[in-house]
Design a protein around this ligand. Structure first.
Ligand code: MG
Length: 348
């Protein structure tokens, strides 16, 4: 047992979230996702946090929990009011593991908000009524299932379609057979040469698609720059936009960036990315991974700062252990409680 004179406690566990529909993108297919859940208890108050490991960066919930466990003496010896310093020290000690870092960061912010008795949006000086609408993501599927998912997504004003496979044309035709609402397309780096990407983007421009995310691999920056000069449709970086420091190089190749707490390491780095992107003249989308309402609500508290929200990860699962942000006619509705404002549902 590590001595813990402060009586401060950090707990971590992996939680298996079941997907409503098997989830296919240009990268992978899955029926469930494991995310990292942490709880910080100190001074009689408990804060909760979550991070969703991203397979592309070789992260798993198991390894993330192991990392947090190894940091436990440091975490339990650190003052959560000094969370800027605490998070900076973790960044120095541990390379990568952004989902695990995000879970710690979110728990710290939830704890601080609960201690102060204010919701996070208020701590950040934001107007909850300015929270944007969120798109709902439709994973790659056969045309019949795609049509069904689009019909189920009726309340959402915008849909985000996963593309980047041979079936792109059939997918879009299936969607357009049942709705004319605005669409966003995420290719997840699926178009591997610039001529293919150019052909796809010119086709998407004719289909009322309002933006396209990561058409080419993140490493193909010059090719993306070439692409951007030839199309009107806004191009957003996701896999290429990993940290504040990654953003300056994206100017001229992308029009905007998709920022995710799980990818950059939590609320604090996400805020830095939002402000860096703004300073560079880039548009900002807040995105997410498949996760529970803890992670999605954390991101939603920042949503009044951004142009586009894609915060639907909790809507894609059938066993959400929490209730937090809700969606009314597509618009994000922030909970008014202190911190994240999430409530456990006792079903995990
Ligand atoms: Mg994406």
């Amino acid at each position: 047992m590590v001595p813990n004179p402060s009586n401060r406690r950090w707990e971590c566990r992996a939680v298996r979230l079941t997907l409503r529909h098997p989830w296919t993108t240009a990268q992978s297919t899955s029926e469930y996702r494991d995310t990292i859940h942490v709880r910080l208890t100190s001074e009689g108050v408990t804060g909760v946090g979550e991070g969703a490991p991203i397979a592309r960066y070789q992260e798993t919930a198991e390894e993330g929990c192991r990392m947090i466990e190894s940091l436990r003496p440091f975490l339990e010896g650190s003052d959560p009011w000094r969370h800027e310093k605490l998070l900076a020290e973790i960044s120095e000690r541990v390379p990568g593991q952004f989902a695990a870092k995000a879970s710690i960061d979110v728990a710290l912010f939830d704890w601080v908000g609960r201690k102060l008795g204010v919701p996070l949006y208020r701590l950040f000086g934001l107007d909850p009524d300015s929270a944007p609408s969120t798109s709902l993501s439709i994973g790659i599927d056969d045309p019949g299932a795609t049509r069904q998912k689009v019909l189920e997504a009726e309340p959402f004003p915008t849909l985000k379609l996963k593309m980047g496979l041979r079936s792109d044309e059939a997918t879009l035709a299936a969607v357009r057979s049942v709705t004319q609402k605005p669409l966003r397309v995420d290719a997840n780096e699926g178009w591997r040469d610039k001529e293919t990407a150019l052909r796809k983007l010119r086709w998407l421009e004719k289909q009322r698609v309002e933006l396209v995310e990561q058409p080419m691999p993140a490493s193909m920056l010059e090719e993306t720059r070439w692409l951007r000069r030839r199309v009107q449709i806004p191009i957003f970086a996701d896999e290429a936009a990993t940290s504040p420091a990654a953003l300056p190089a994206l100017v001229g190749a992308y029009d905007g960036v998709n920022i995710k707490l799980d990818k950059c390491g939590g609320i604090q780095p996400a805020l830095r990315m939002i402000h860096t992107a703004r300073a560079l003249g880039l548009k900002v989308m807040l995105g997410c991974m498949v996760s529970s309402s803890v992670s999605i609500t954390a991101a939603a508290h920042l949503s009044p700062l951004v142009d586009f929200a894609d915060l639907d990860g909790n809507l894609l699962i059938s066993n959400d252990p929490y209730r937090g942000v809700t969606v009314r006619s597509g618009k994000l509705v922030l909970p008014p409680g202190p911190g994240l404002g999430v409530m456990p549902l006792g079903v995990s």
